[in-house]
Design a protein around this ligand. Structure first.
Ligand SMILES: Cc1ncc(COP(=O)(O)O)c(C=O)c1O
Length: 486
C-alpha cells in the first residue's frame, strides 16, 4: 500500500523535479522504489506491520491507529454539524447562574478546542484525556514543578534536549531540587543514582541529538521497585512507533511541536498517564502557572495529527534511504540511525521501537569546519531549529539545541561540533539526497577534504570514478541548482 502511494507521487512530484529526473535518465519513481526495496526488511513494510500488530483488527475503529487518530474523542460540532471541532477563540464562557456552566469557565483552565485535542491524544495513547501545554517546555516544567518539592531529587538521562537540562540546572536548582544526569543506556547507572530523595526518573529515547537509547522495560523494573515515577519524553517517535506506557513508563511526554503537529506551524506540549490523581495535580499546576495550549494552536495540532500515521511511514522510509546512502558515502565519517545494523543499540531499537523514526545524525570528512560549510550549502533542506515536520531540517546541535551545555560536556556526550542532525522530511528522498550530495561536495572541497583527500582513493584528481556510485544523484543536484529551490 505504501509503495503504491509513493509510486504515484513519484510519477509527477513537481515539474521541476520531473525535469531533473528526466535529465538523469533514472526516473524518480524508480529511484524511490528501488531505494525502499534495497532496504531489505523495508521500513515501510515494518511500519505498516507494526501498526497492524497494535490492534486486534486493522479495521476496528477502536484499535486501528489510522481510524483512531481521525475520529478518536471527536464528534461533529453539536450546534452546527461542522465535521472539525471549531476554534473556540474565547477567553470566557457565559454562566447561566453562579457555578452553572457547560464545563468551561475561563480559557486558562480549560477550552473546548484544547479539550478536543486532549481527548484525541488520550484515545491515541489509550489513556484518559491528555494535558496540553503552550510548549513542550511548559509540559516539562509543569511536570517537575507539580511532582517535586525542595529537597527532592531526579535522575535524568545525560543526553536530553538542552532546554530540559537548562530548566534543571538554571531554574529548579534554586528551589532546592537535586539532579543526577546519568548514562541511562546503562540501567544499572540509573539504579545506582536513585536515592531516598528521588521522586522521578526522566529519560528521552531516542535522545536528542545523539539518538542514544534507554531500555524502557529495564528502567521501568527499577523505578517500580524503587517506588519512583518513570517519565519518557517520546517526542522523537510518538506512541505509534514506541508505546512507552505499554513498556512500563508512568508518564509519556511530548513536544507536540514536532511529529504530532508536524507542519512547522505551532509550538505545544502534552502529558499523558493512566494515573488520574497525578493528572489532576498537574492540571492544577498548569492552570496556576498559566501554561495551557491556546485554542488556535490546539486546532492546528488536531489537524496535523490526522495524518500522523501516514507521515511517520514516509518519515521512516525516507530516513532509512538517506541513512543507507550516507553510510556508504566516502566523505561521510559517521552515521547514526537506530534502524541501521551498524547502530550500537540496534538490537534494543528493534525490540522497543516499531520503526527507526525520522531522525539521524552524521559527521562529514573535515570535521566542524566542513559540517558548518555543509549546513550553509544546503538548498532544499533548511538549516533551522525544529524536527519532525514535513520539511527536511538540518540542525547544528552544538550551537543550537544544546548550546546551554559546556563544550566539554557536549564532547563527552558525543555532541561534537561536527555533528549534523537531520530531521528527514517527506520530500522525494532522491531530492533530499541530491541536496546533501551537492552540499557535501561543496563543503569538503572548500575545506580541502574532497574525494582526492580521502585515504584509499586514487588520488589522481579524477573525481568522476570515485563519484560514479553517486552519479545519478549528483546529476539531480546539478539540475536542482538550476531550479534554485531555496
Ligand atoms: C525531545 C524534546 N523534548 C522537548 C522539547 C521542548 O519542546 P518545545 O520546543 O516545544 O518547548 C524539545 C525541543 O526541541 C525536544 O526536542
Amino acid at each position: 500500500m505504501s509503495l503504491d502511494a509513493y509510486a504515484t507521487t513519484g510519477s509527477s512530484p513537481t515539474t521541476e523535479n520531473t525535469d531533473a529526473f528526466e535529465t538523469t535518465g533514472s526516473s524518480p519513481t524508480a529511484t524511490t522504489q528501488d531505494a525502499f526495496e534495497t532496504t531489505g526488511s523495508s521500513p515501510t513494510a515494518t511500519t505498516t506491520d507494526a501498526f497492524e500488530t497494535t490492534g486486534s483488527s486493522p479495521t476496528t475503529a477502536d484499535t486501528d491507529p489510522f481510524t483512531r487518530i481521525i475520529h478518536g474523542g471527536l464528534e461533529p460540532d453539536s450546534a452546527t454539524g461542522a465535521i472539525l471541532t471549531p476554534i473556540y477563540q474565547s477567553t470566557t464562557f457565559v454562566q447561566d447562574a453562579v457555578g452553572d456552566h457547560k464545563g468551561f469557565t475561563y480559557t486558562r483552565s480549560g477550552n473546548p478546542t484544547v479539550a478536543a485535542l486532549e481527548r484525541n491524544l488520550g484515545v491515541i495513547e489509550g489513556t484518559p484525556p491528555a494535558l496540553c501545554f503552550g510548549t513542550g517546555m511548559a509540559a516539562i516544567s509543569t511536570l517537575f514543578i507539580g511532582t517535586l518539592a525542595a529537597g527532592d531529587h531526579v535522575v535524568v538521562s545525560d543526553v536530553v534536549y538542552g532546554g530540559t537540562v537548562r530548566l534543571l540546572r538554571q531554574v529548579l536548582d534554586s528551589f532546592g531540587v537535586g539532579v543526577s544526569f546519568v548514562d541511562s543506556s546503562q540501567p544499572e547507572a540509573v539504579e545506582a543514582a536513585i536515592n531516598s530523595r528521588t521522586k522521578l526518573v526522566f529519560v528521552e529515547t531516542p535522545a536528542n541529538p545523539t539518538l542514544k537509547l534507554t531500555d524502557i522495560e529495564a528502567v521501568a523494573r527499577i523505578t517500580r521497585q524503587a517506588g519512583v515515577l518513570l517519565v519518557v519524553d517520546n517526542t522523537f517517535l510518538t506512541s505509534l512507533l514506541q508505546d512507552v506506557l505499554g513498556q512500563g513508563a508512568d508518564i509519556v511526554l511530548y513536544s507536540t511541536t514536532k511529529y504530532i503537529e508536524g507542519h512547522n506551524a505551532t509550538v505545544g506540549g502534552a502529558l499523558m498517564s493512566h494515573d488520574e490523581e497525578l493528572l489532576e495535580r498537574l492540571r492544577l499546576v498548569r492552570t496556576t502557572l498559566g501554561v495551557a495550549q491556546s485554542p488556535w494552536e490546539a486546532w492546528l495540532t488536531l489537524r496535523g495529527l490526522k495524518t500522523l500515521p501516514m507521515r511517520l511511514e514516509r518519515h521512516c522510509a525516507n530516513a532509512m534511504v538517506v541513512a543507507e546512502w550516507l553510510e556508504q558515502h566516502p566523505l561521510i565519517t559517521q552515521v547514526s540511525y537506530p534502524w541501521l545494523a551498524s547502530f550500537p543499540q540496534s538490537e534494543l531499537a528493534r525490540r522497543q521501537q516499531k520503526a527507526g523514526g525520522g531522525m539521524l545524525t552524521f559527521e562529514v570528512e573535515g570535521g566542524t569546519e566542513a559540517a558548518l560549510e555543509l549546513m550553509k550549502s544546503l538548498r532544499l533542506c533548511a538549516l533551522a531549529e525544529n524536527l519532525g515536520a514535513v520539511e527536511t531540517l538540518v540542525t547544528h546541535s552544538a550551537s543550537m539545541t544544546h548550546a546551554s551545555l559546556t563544550a566539554d560536556e557536549r564532547a563527552r556526550l558525543g555532541i561534537g561540533d561536527g555533528l549534523v542532525r537531520l530531521s528527514v522530511g517527506l520530500e522525494n528522498p532522491a531530492d533530499i539526497i541530491a541536496d546533501l550530495e551537492q552540499a557535501i561536495i561543496q563543503a569538503t572541497a572548500s575545506t580541502g577534504k574532497g574525494i582526492e583527500g580521502i585515504e584509499g582513493s586514487e588520488g589522481d584528481g579524477d573525481d568522476s570514478r570515485d563519484l560514479e556510485v553517486f552519479a545519478g544523484v549528483t546529476a539531480v543536484a546539478a539540475t536542482s541548482r538550476r531550479g534554485g529551490q531555496r
